[in-house]
Design a protein around this ligand. Structure first.
Ligand code: SAM
Length: 293
C-alpha cells in the first residue's frame, strides 16, 4: 500500500486516493515552487505515475516526499506501455502521466495515450500547471490574443526555412521551442524568411538565469549570431501585421495617443497595441512632436 502523503515546506500532508482514470499532470519548468497543490495531491494519491524519465521524475517526487510506483512512458516504450496503462484503468485504478518538465503532450509524449484512453471510455483529468510556451507568452510583450505553437522546427536549414515559410501568414504570434546550439541558425532563418517582425527569445524561464530578450528578428539574429547560448529556449515571433511595413498605421495610432498622453505613455500604449518596439515608437513620437512644434 503506497504511503499517500506529500511534503510541503516541511509539513507532511495526507493525500486522498486519486479518482480513477488518467491524470495529465503538469510539473515545474525549472522552479520547483511552481508545482501546484493539486499536482502533489494527485501524484501522491495515484496508483501509478507514468513518467517520461523515471529517474528525473523520481527526483521530483523525492523532493516532495512522495512514494508511488513509477512506470516509464517515453517515445520508445509508449506502444508497449499503453496496453498496461489501459489495463490498470480497466481495473478502476488511477494513473498520473508526467513529462520531464511542463505540461505532458506539449512537445512531449502522451497524445496517443490520451486518445486511446478516451476511446476506451475512461476519464482523462486535466491537472494544469506550467508550460514554457505560455510562460514565454506571458512575459514577452508580444500580442497574445492569437498565437500558434509550432513546437520544434526541423534541424536542417532547408526544411526549417520551408516550415517557417508555411507559417508566414499565420495571423498570430508564432511560438517555437529551440535547442541552444541551433538558436543562432534558427534566428537567421526566421529573419531571412519573415523579415523585420518583432520577436523575443525567452531563456531559462523561472530559473536563476532567466532572460527575455526582445527586438526585431534581424536584431536578435545579429545579437545571437556568435553567442554560445546555453539553457532552454522559447522563440516568439510577432504576427505578420506587426512589421515595420505597418509604420503608417503605428504613426496614426501615435498621433492619436499623443493628443491625450505624454510621449512615453503614448509609445507604450501603441507598443502594446501593435507589438512594435517601444523604443522605436518613442523615437517616432519625439519626431512627431518636433514636427508639430
Ligand atoms: N512539455 C513542456 C512544456 O509544457 O513546456 C515542453 C517540453 S519540450 C521537450 C522541452 C522544450 O521546452 C525545451 O527544449 C525548451 O525549448 C522549452 N522549455 C522547457 N523549459 C523551459 C524553460 N524553463 N525556459 C525556456 N524554455 C523552456
Amino acid at each position: 500500500m503506497p504511503d499517500r502523503s506529500y511534503l510541503v515546506e516541511g509539513a507532511r500532508l495526507a493525500a486522498p486516493a486519486a479518482a480513477p482514470g488518467l491524470h495529465i499532470v503538469a510539473t515545474p519548468i525549472g522552479n520547483l515552487g511552481d508545482i501546484t497543490l493539486r499536482a502533489l495531491r494527485v501524484l501522491a494519491g495515484a496508483d501509478h505515475v507514468a513518467a517520461e524519465d523515471t529517474r528525473h521524475t523520481g527526483r521530483l517526487l523525492a523532493h516532495f516526499g512522495i512514494e508511488v510506483p513509477l512506470m516509464r512512458y517515453d517515445e520508445h516504450r509508449a506502444a508497449a506501455q499503453r496496453p498496461k496503462i489501459l489495463a490498470a484503468l480497466e481495473e478502476g485504478r488511477s494513473v498520473a502521466l508526467v513529462s520531464d518538465a511542463g505540461t505532458p503532450l506539449i512537445s512531449d509524449p502522451g497524445f496517443r495515450l490520451v486518445a486511446e484512453v478516451r476511446a476506451a471510455g475512461h476519464t482523462v483529468h486535466a491537472v494544469p500547471g506550467p508550460s514554457a510556451v505560455v510562460a514565454a507568452l506571458s512575459v514577452a510583450g508580444l500580442p497574445t490574443d492569437a498565437f500558434f505553437f509550432a513546437g520544434f522546427l526541423p534541424p536542417k536549414s532547408a526544411a526549417r526555412r520551408g516550415r517557417i515559410a508555411a507559417l508566414a501568414a499565420v495571423p498570430g504570434t508564432l511560438a517555437f521551442y529551440e535547442a541552444p546550439h541551433r538558436l543562432a541558425a534558427t534566428l537567421a532563418d526566421l529573419s531571412d524568411v519573415l523579415g523585420d517582425r518583432p520577436a523575443a527569445v525567452a531563456r531559462e524561464l523561472t530559473k536563476r538565469y532567466e532572460t527575455v530578450e526582445t527586438g526585431t528578428l534581424p536584431e536578435l539574429a545579429a545579437r545571437y549570431a556568435d553567442d554560445d547560448t546555453k539553457g532552454e529556449i522559447v522563440v516568439l515571433v510577432g504576427p505578420p501585421g506587426d512589421t515595420v511595413a505597418d509604420e503608417d498605421a503605428a504613426r496614426d495610432l501615435l498621433v492619436e495617443a499623443l493628443r491625450t498622453m505624454p510621449t512615453g505613455a503614448a509609445a507604450a500604449e501603441v507598443a502594446k497595441r501593435t507589438g512594435l518596439n517601444r523604443r522605436d515608437l518613442y523615437t517616432l513620437a519625439i519626431a512627431l512632436k518636433n514636427d508639430r512644434s
